[in-house]
Design a protein around this ligand. Structure first.
Ligand SMILES: [Zn+2]
Length: 233
């Protein structure tokens, strides 16, 4: 095995680590409540608020209507009960009675409107509740899938880190330093010699140099891109 071979193997491990870390970051960003879920919950809450408000208004209207009905029954009884004989008093009682009847009638109209609105709001509330339930179910599903993938990735990353640790101990310090320096610069430090071309930059090496890559006991570098070259087996 050439001197560059262990570095190429290390590079394979590093590429896997990078890719898995990248995916892990994506998962971390996708965990937590989604915008769709937050919006659906807000829509459901505002539908609930509107419904509750109309319910309360309807109760208040009912109670007000009931108050007038009681007054009307009493006034009616008094007016036609024969106990009051003063015409002026009777006239005033009758005027009151008519006014209360008009007010009650107006309250009944308002109640009817409120009941119709309550029906509409109940329908909206039901729909929003279903929408929220669906979004929440699919969100839970995707969160649990992501959590499972995260666990797998963490386990796999731990294995890869461990493997890297072992691979590094078998590589001379100087080679490792060169590898890290080139990696910082190019992303990938090691290129393959494919035929006599560098896989890093595509340049075809002179036959002598390509031969040297295959035979050398030390590290050899692409004369064009400076990457460490290793021959394919
Ligand atoms: Zn090159």
């Amino acid at each position: 095995m050439g001197a560059a071979q262990p570095l190429h193997i290390l590079q394979t491990t590093d590429i896997a680590i990078e890719s898995q870390r990248h995916r892990l970051a994506e998962i971390e960003a996708s965990l937590g409540e989604s915008e769709a879920l937050i919006q659906a919950r807000e829509a459901q809450q505002s539908a609930q608020d509107a419904f509750t408000k109309t319910q309360a208004r309807l109760r208040a209207l009912d109670s007000e209507t009931k108050g007038f009905s009681e007054k009307i029954v009493q006034a009616d009884r008094k007016l036609y009960g024969g106990t009051v004989h003063n015409p002026k008093e009777l006239q005033s009682m009758e005027a009151d009675l008519h006014q209360w009847q008009r007010m009650r009638s107006s309250l009944e109209d308002q109640s009817l409107e409120a009941m119709l609105r309550l029906d509409e709001e109940r329908a909206v509330l039901t729909t929003q509740g279903q929408v929220l339930a669906e979004i929440e179910a699919s969100w839970r599903q995707s969160q649990s899938t992501l959590q499972a993938e995260k666990s797998e990735l963490l386990a796999s990353l731990a294995q890869l880190e461990n493997r890297r640790q072992q691979q590094v101990t078998a590589i001379p310090q100087a080679h490792l330093a060169t590898y890290e320096r080139l990696r910082q610069r190019f992303g990938h430090a090691v290129a393959l010699l494919q035929g006599s071309a560098c896989s890093g930059c595509g340049m075809t090496l002179p036959t002598g140099q390509a031969q040297q890559v295959r035979m050398s006991q030390g590290l050899t570098f692409c004369p064009n891109c400076q990457r460490i070259l290793t021959a394919t087996l």
